[in-house]
Design a protein around this ligand. Structure first.
Ligand code: HEM
Length: 146
């Protein structure tokens, strides 16, 4: 396995970055849809349209992209120096990002069942979290400060 990863390392890294970009696009867009959904009357045409958009974004883009990010990132882990501090810190931020993905999936179910009780402000704040995690993750993995 190590020899395979070593030989195709740059291909694997490129596929990792592509899948991460797709995952990030969903993590940034879904809470934005929730902000609009808070203003839509339950049962209205807008609310039903947003439900379809949210379901497709999560199931057709975010879930496959997250799995691909893990598969290609996991392959690269095979030949990483596991004592590296930047790697521990990065994986901790990735765990936080994965938890946020899980929460977004839960909140989507609330909107789908017309039982969302959180205000727009809640989702505006949630919309900032992926950006902060992204900045931390990219600085850690490229600069490797420790
Ligand atoms: C899902 C679990 C993830 C794992 C197991 C993982 C693991 C890794 C590993 C081992 C590398 C190679 C580091 C190197 O060669 O120097 C890497 C590269 C990279 N990762 Fe991840 N990663 C994950 C998620 C993410 C996420 C969520 C982001 C951004 C939001 C990200 C951004 C990057 C970038 C930009 C690179 C390329 C760095 C370079 O070219 O030096 N990764 N990742």
């Amino acid at each position: 396995m190590g020899a395979f990863v070593g030989e195709y390392y740059l291909w694997i890294k490129a596929l990792h970055v592509i899948s991460v970009i797709a995952w990030m696009a969903g993590l940034l867009y879904l809470p934005r849809l929730f902000v609009y959904h808070c203003a839509a009357k339950p049962g209205s045409e807008l609310s039903e349209t947003l439900k379809v958009m949210e379901r497709r974004l999560l199931r057709a883009i975010m879930n496959p992209a997250m799995i691909a990010a893990y598969v290609f990132g996991g392959l690269m882990l095979v030949i990483q120096d596991w004592s590296a501090g930047w790697l521990h810190a990065k994986l901790a931020l990735v765990a936080a990002m994965t938890w946020l993905h899980h929460l977004l999936a839960q909140w989507r179910k609330d909107f789908a069942a017309d039982r969302n009780a959180r205000p727009q402000r809640f989702y505006r704040i949630a919309n900032e979290i992926p950006t902060l995690l992204l900045i931390g993750i990219v600085l850690l993995v490229i600069v490797k400060p420790f």
